[in-house]
Design a binder for this molecule. Structure first.
Ligand code: NAD
Length: 450
């Protein structure tokens, strides 16, 4: 393996959202890929041609590259055939808010000493992880291993597209063959490639996610002030977004960000700063605003319905965003738990996330459709803006409901269409929900109900 073939074969360790999409994507670009996961059941399903996650286009991509992606729960084949070992294992939060790097460490432990292999870190890790892993390479007699930081920016729901059309590729590298080999792999995608040092590459990822989360918490706070003052956050965001210094993306007010990345990456950056002696005040606020934002729905339900005991609330959507079955840190989890605690009965429907949701939350009556979830409901809450909910026949929803309240947690519905069905509409920060200068009674309790 001392000379690289025309198209570098690679290994991907961790067959989750990032690993599977990367494996299929690199195969599409012409590499032979060895994809390894410790979850033997997942590997069996993949070998049988099943795709264990919901990600649009991934099934087709994997099917196209069938012969080029080899799945295994053992590292041997990967080590024998590939020099570059892309690491895409999970790095969830620990109780302290730091990133849990145990899966990354397990991978490092499992790789034998070698002059011919390099780890390419796709997993999101705190700044300084590369340096500390290289120290452990030396302690474990594995100083010959190369190391490259190549953080991933794909988004669930559009991961295949994002892999094939990245805005930028960040490659944190040192002297040696591995960094340039990674650059070569990404070159056909035509994206700007930022070659930088390892620590800066690690920080680009954390800072990018923290900035986007800040933008979301910012517009959510603007929405909350809109509710107090009679302005409409959609109009405000439209006007703001036309300023190229601000831009229109990530200016949609709603019930808070969730998912497997933003919450944990913002926490990890806050902890990283704290551990190194700096109090990252802004991120503390971003996190708190997000937590309170999820709970504002409860305050709105109280405002309209009074007490929630015995009331039926239907949640439309459970996944943290449309086009994914990922339930990690989904706002629906907080909502369902708060509703249960207040004695409400909760029904819910999600087009793909029911199985994942069942494993995480109790006290939900799962329905087979949005209309079924709405049956007998006093209130319907749009939690995830799946396209099928935007096309709902609200007259049919109204027929099935006991009450008439619709809370649009994503500002995704047309208020006039909902109102035309005889329903009461309330979005997030939208005009007409509070009288100018007169805070509504419900908005006064917001934040205090969590
Ligand atoms: P995931 O939980 O979907 O997948 C991780 C996979 O790694 C699992 O299948 C697990 O079984 C496997 N694994 C764990 N330990 C292993 C080991 N020792 N050897 C082999 N396999 C092992 O995670 P994900 O969402 O794909 O995220 C992976 C990393 O990428 C995380 O650090 C995440 O922060 C980062 N990231 C995720 C996204 C995203 O949208 N999901 C985007 C950018 C970056």
């Amino acid at each position: 393996m001392s000379t690289a073939p025309a198209r570098e074969p690679i290994a991907v360790i961790g067959a989750g959202y990032v690993g599977l999409v990367s494996a299929a994507g690199f195969a599409e670009l012409g590499s032979e890929v060895w994809c390894v996961d410790i979850d033997a059941a997942k590997i069996e399903r993949l070998r049988a041609g099943e795709v264990p996650i919901h990600e649009p286009g991934l099934g087709e991509l994997l099917a196209r590259s069938a012969g080029a992606v080899h799945f295994s729960s053992e590292l041997d084949g990967a080590l024998a055939h590939a020099r570059l070992l892309f690491v895409a294992v999970g790095t969830p939060s620990t109780y302290s808010g730091d990133a849990d790097l145990s899966a990354v460490h397990a991978v490092v432990e499992a790789i034998p000493p070698s002059e011919e292999h390099a780890l390419v870190m796709k997993s999101t890790v705190p700044c300084g992880t590369g340096a500390s892993l290289q120290r452990s390479f030396r302690e474990q007699g594995k100083e010959g291993l190369g190391y490259v930081s190549c953080p991933e920016f794909l988004r669930e729901g559009s991961a295949v597209h994002d892999f094939m059309h990245p805005d930028r590729v960040i490659v944190g590298l040192e002297d040696g063959w591995a960094g340039e080999a990674v650059v070569e792999l990404y070159a056909p995608l035509g994206a700007p490639i930022v070659r930088t040092d390892i620590a800066s590459a690690e920080m680009v990822k954390l800072a990018s996610n923290a900035f986007l989360a800040t933008k979301i918490s910012f517009i959510n706070e603007i929405a909350n002030v809109c509710e107090q003052t009679g302005a409409d956050v959609i109009e405000v965001a439209r006007g703001m977004g036309l300023d190229p210094r601000i831009g229109p993306l990530f200016l949609q007010a709603g019930i808070g960000y969730g998912g497997s990345c933003f919450p944990k990456d913002v926490d990890a950056l806050k902890q990283l700063a704290g551990n190194s002696g700096y109090h990252f005040q802004l991120l503390t606020a971003v996190i708190e605003v997000n937590e309170l934002q999820k709970r504002r729905v409860i305050a709105k339900l109280h405002k309209h319905l009074g007490g929630l005991a015995g009331q039926r609330v239907a949640l439309l959507g459970l996944a943290f965003k449309p086009d994914t079955d990922d339930m990690r840190e989904a706002s629906s989890l907080v909502l369902a738990a708060r509703l249960n605690a207040d004695g409400a009965r909760v029904s819910a429907y999600d087009p793909v996330a029911e199985e994942q949701a069942r494993a995480l939350v109790s006290g939900i009556d799962f329905a087979g459709s949005a209309l079924e979830a709405a049956r007998g409901a006093d209130a319907v809450v749009l939690v995830t803006e799946w396209p099928e909910f935007l096309a709902l026949d609200w007259a049919q929803v109204a027929e099935r409901m006991r009450g008439d309240l619709v809370i649009d947690g994503r500002n995704a519905l047309d208020p006039e269409v909902v109102r035309a069905a005889g329903l009461t509409y309330e979005g997030v920060g939208r005009a007409g929900e509070a009288r100018s200068g007169q805070p509504s009674p419900g908005s006064r309790v917001i934040g205090g109900t969590g």
